[in-house]
Each structure stands twice: as C-alpha cells, then as structure tokens.
Write a protein that binds this ligand. Structure first.
Ligand code: F6P
Length: 319
C-alpha cells in the first residue's frame, strides 16, 4: 500500500486525536502516506482531505475531540453515497481506510468492505456499547468528567439537604450511569438495562430522610428517562428539595485520560498494521488488556455483553 486514509465519524470523543496520530506515525514508518478526511464520511464523499505527515499530527495527542472534525452522515448510508466515496478513494489513490466511531460509523465501514474496499474499524464512542471490545476510546475520559461533576454536586447537595437527579449520556446504554454511580457512591442509577420503580424509590428516600439522611444523588442514563421528569415525579414525595443537572456534551470533551491516550495509540497502530497486512472488514478491540481483531460483520450483528456483573456490584453496594 502506498496511501491510506483515516476518518472520524459520529459523536466525537477524547482520544480520537491520539488514535489518528498513532495511525499516521505507524503508516509513515512503513513509508505509507496517510491522508485524513474531514468531517467523517461527508469529507470522504467530497474528497475533502489533508496529508497527515509528522508535523500535521504533532501537538494533538492531549487534545479532546477530533482535529479532523466529525459528522453524522445520512447521505453515506445510500448506495449512491457509498459509490461516490469509492470513486473519490480511487481518484485519490487511497488503498485502505481506517474508520473511528461508534456502531453507525462501523456499519458504514462494513458497507465499504462489502463493496471490496479494505477497511479497518476502531471503536470510539463514550457509550461503551460496541461489542467485542472491553472499552471503546473516550469512555474513560467521559467517566472521569462525570465523576468530577458528581463529586462537585454531592458537596452542594449535602450543604443544602437536597436530592440531585443527574442525567448522563449513553444513548441506549446504562454503562456510564452505572459505573459513575459505583465510583461516586450515588444512591441510585436508573439504567435502561434494569426496570425501576419511582414509587419505591420515593418511599426509600423518604425513609432515609426520616433517619436523618437528607441528601441523595440519583444518576439517570438518558436511555432510561429524562432527569427533569424523574425529578418532577419524586419532588413532592421525598421530604427534601430536588434539583436537576443534565451533564450533556460536557461529558464528551476534555483532555483524554492516560487510559484513553494509551488505548487510542494501541488501536491506531494495530489498525494500520492489520490494513497493511491485507486484512479488511475487521474492528480492533481490547480483550483482557490484549488487542483483539473481530470481523465487522460480527460486531454489527453482536450485542454488547450485558452488564450483569456491574449491575450486581451496584446492588451489593446499595445502589
Ligand atoms: O453516541 C455518543 C453520544 O454522545 C450519545 O451518548 C448521545 O446520545 C449522542 O451521542 C448525542 O449526539 P449529538 O452529539 O449528535 O447530540
């Protein structure tokens, strides 16, 4: 291979830059030119790209987000969009592609692979809902952002004797909410994977209040409900005041943690090595701290392992 491409697609996350840098540096050491497409599949369809030489990828490792920018691109889901992308790749002499993103972006990568174009995927999404990897890039940084915020909120919750309902991201996954609840000692984690009963929660909070425990943290995964609605349903029944915080996109940004910098660098290097060795239609992943390579077909068909162990831990800890 003489020239390969890379793009970041879907929701951004911290660590994407570290992966781009590692992929580019791995390619350059093999005397392969790397080009980066701007704004994910949108840039690919337009041929909007830049050469990623050593200078282009220096000074980005510690920055959150993606310097290539990202986008969600419904156009690329159509056969016309995919043919347009293939024509651009051919025109630019790009012989393989590394795609960073979540399930939608990896589905796009699989489409290119099925059309005969060499592609390797890297899991990158704060939701941690991608099968065949213990962790995706960005999850650890998002959790650290959440935990910092919840710790701050706990201070003011205890000062004012209030219950806080805090909404975190995760789309249909309760991973961020359950891990954040365990790591902050929250009273409740409401997640889509487990049914919850607000009447029971109110009774328990009321009983705690009567014992003198006059503050509480309830973490709600966005896939399990809206924080404001949860707060509205409990506010008159628990005995103390209720406030709401929706952490929103704050969770996705910021300097990547050491874990994310290292994971992203490992994924970036491995993805290029696989591509150059002639492997296509694969996603790199992390399993028991080793690099794993799984067919994208299985990733897209598969289900993220249920979080039974995490949820049981939460139960034992009284969450
Ligand atoms: O998939 C990552 C994610 O941050 C989800 O947790 C969230 O539901 C969604 O993206 C938000 O998307 P957008 O940035 O397009 O509002």
């Amino acid at each position: 291979m003489k020239r390969i491409g890379i793009l970041t697609s879907g929701g951004d996350c911290s660590g994407m830059n570290a992966a781009i840098r590692a992929a580019a540096r791995t390619a350059l050491r093999m005397n392969i030119e790397m080009v980066g497409f701007r704004k994910g599949y949108l840039g690919l369809m337009k041929g909007d790209c830049l050469t990623l030489d050593n200078k282009a990828v220096s000074g980005i490792l510690h920055r959150g987000g993606t310097f290539l920018q990202s986008a969600r691109s419904p156009e690329f889901r159509t056969p016309e969009g995919q043919q347009q992308a293939l024509a651009i790749l051919k025109e630019l002499g790009v012989e393989g592609l590394v795609v960073l993103g979540g399930d939608g972006s990896l589905t796009g990568a699989l489409a290119l692979h099925r059309l005969g174009f060499p592609v390797v995927g890297i899991p990158a999404s704060i939701d941690n809902d991608i099968p065949y990897t213990d962790m995706a890039i960005g999850v650890d940084t998002a959790l650290n952002n959440i935990i910092y915020s919840v710790d701050c909120i706990k201070d003011t919750a205890s000062s004012h004797a209030r219950a806080f309902v805090i909404e975190v991201m995760g789309r249909n996954s309760g991973y961020l909410a359950s891990i954040a609840a365990i790591a902050t000692g929250a009273e409740y984690a409401l997640v889509p994977e487990r049914a919850y009963n607000l009447t029971e929660i109110c009774q328990q909070l009321r009983a705690r209040y009567e014992e003198g425990r006059d503050n509480a943290i309830i973490i709600v995964a966005e896939g399990a409900g809206h924080a404001q609605e949860v707060a509205d349903s409990i506010k008159d029944a628990i005995g103390f005041e209720t406030r709401v915080t929706v952490l929103g996109h704050y969770q996705r940004g910021g300097a990547p943690t050491v874990f994310d910098r290292l994971l992203a660098s490992r994924f970036g290097k491995k993805a290029v090595e696989l591509l150059v060795s002639g492997t296509s239609g694969i996603m790199v992943g992390l399993s028991c701290n080793s690099m794993l390579a799984t067919p994208l077909e299985d990733v897209i068909r598969g289900e993220k392992r249920p979080q039974d162990e995490v949820l049981r831990l939460a139960e034992v800890l009284g969450i």
